[in-house]
Ligand binder design. Sequence first.
Ligand code: SF4
Length: 237
Amino acid sequence: MSARSLAILEQHVTGCRRCPRLVAHREHAAAHPRPAFAGQDYWARPVPGFGDPDARIYVLGMATSAHGGNRTGRAFTGNATADWLIAAMHRAGLANQASSTHRGDGLRLDRAWMASAVRCAPPRDRTTAGERRECARYLDAELELLTGVRVIVCLGALAWNAAAAWAGLRPRPPFGHGREHPAGDGRILLGCYHPSPQNTRTGRLTAAMLDDVLGRAAEVAGGGRSRSPLVAEAREV
Ligand code: SF4
């Protein structure tokens, strides 16, 4: 896929102000950082997708985190959810390192792309149906550009519902951890509990469960091991 097309889409995403409630919240969060992040310059804009333009696995979250992606400017970066997800992607050979702390930290994905269904941070992590509909345009556009994607790993029911809407599935298939559903054009949806602290600290989602889902995704996508010498080398260190 053309990196230029994705860069143009990224410009549209990062300049978006379609949802007044979310625009206000992302900027409010930046003006009121958590004590641990005091003095940091928050991104405070929509967070674009990130990854390999030749991705075969699309990892879809629900919404940007106010003090994670909204702070760092990169999807799944700078919070406990990112710690879990990127460590698992590294174990699966989809990332060159096991952490995702800030843009410029050297993270590179291999055969994978990650994004959120709603790209701005919502109050109390809750989005409205209207906001989800507005932001669906960017999921649509990314999946049109990322023609190599074979499997969409949906982190949580809202991500699953967003992907099901993108695929035009009626009636909407129920979400479940490990559940698969055809999405047309040879693509599939693959459900996974969201790797949020609420799930990982309670044991609802274990590292082994996440590894199983990503392993299945890699299998569907074509090969469970990285084809990238860069990633292979990093994994041996
Ligand atoms: S949530 Fe999506 S559609 Fe709404 S302002 Fe943010 S980027 Fe735009």
